[in-house]
Design a protein around this ligand. Structure first.
Ligand SMILES: C[S@@+](CC[C@H](N)C(=O)[O-])C[C@H]1O[C@@H](n2cnc3c(N)ncnc32)[C@H](O)[C@@H]1O
Length: 252
């Protein structure tokens, strides 16, 4: 599993884009005072932090299958009920939450429709289920330049573009299949400034997620080749990476 890594490594690799994504995503799910919400696939807690800021820890529950991430989320967010579980088997009674949110998770679910169905099951009638996935298929994700460089060197690579929810309209279809109603699709975007090429590249070497696992499987020479290809494709530092995520919400 590509998320059996320390929370600090995740922060440096994906957290830098996930943290700024969270406020817009919480807005989309209409997370405001008085709600009880579930953060599905919480990781070390990028979205959890935003939910706690809005609602307080006792109104937030979170699940993730990764042991180190669950430990980090518990330690970072005392008072939040953090459990080790997958979206496909949520350890909650029916209709106990006002909203269930999955930020950057649907594409990693083993059975995405089942995961969304479970999110709907634990959400009260007319409560909100929401999900976001980077635009890996359309080339607007935060890792898109990296994967483009990989494909130029290794045309047969399996990148993240084929994953569930990664293409335009995919989330809406999955929501429909999961039985959600009044589905609305939109996009969210973040802009992150990178002060140097090294600051951008080094987190790719930490083994986090499919991109990190791919780098870890290369020998030193191939890694250097990929690093140099990325450097040549990026603008001179400092540069800004603007990334787009597909988002969908529906009613349970
Ligand atoms: C890209 S991270 C997103 C983490 C966090 N939501 C954020 O925005 O930073 C993907 C997360 O999905 C989790 N995950 C993988 N498969 C899952 C599943 N079947 N159900 C729930 N979470 C899953 C991983 O452990 C990881 O923490």
């Amino acid at each position: 599993m590509s998320f059996a890594v320390g929370a600090d490594l995740y922060d440096r690799f994906m957290g830098r884009y996930a943290v700024p994504l969270a406020p817009g995503f919480a807005d989309l799910a209409a997370v405001d005072a008085g709600r009880r919400v579930l953060d599905v696939g919480c990781g070390p807690g990028a979205l959890t932090a935003e939910l706690v800021r809005r609602l307080g820890p006792s109104a937030v529950s979170a699940v993730d299958p990764s042991e180190p991430f669950v430990a980090a989320a518990r330690q970072r967010h005392p008072g939040v009920d953090v459990q080790r579980a997958t979206a496909e088997e949520l350890p909650f009674e029916d209709r106990v939450f006002d909203a269930a949110l999955a930020q950057l998770v649907v594409h990693f679910m083993t059975r995405p429709v089942e995961g969304l169905r479970e999110m709907a099951r634990v959400t009260r009638k007319d409560g909100v289920v929401a999900a976001s996935v980077w635009d890996h298929a359309g080339g607007q994700g935060p890792l898109s330049l990296y994967w483009q460089a990989v494909r130029e060197l290794d045309p047969d690579v399996e990148d993240e573009s084929q994953l569930a929810g990664a293409g335009e309209g995919d989330l809406g279809l999955l929501f429909r299949e999961a039985g959600l109603r009044e589905i609305q699709e939109s996009t969210l975007s973040v802009s992150v400034e990178h002060p140097s090429f090294e600051e951008w590249w080094e987190p790719y070497t930490l083994g986090v997620g499919p991109a990190g696992v791919y780098v870890a499987g290369l020998n030193a020479e191939m890694q250097a080749q990929l690093r140099d290809r990325c450097r040549a494709m990026l603008p001179p530092p400092p540069f800004t990476v603007t990334a787009v995520a597909w988002a969908a919400r529906g009613l349970a």
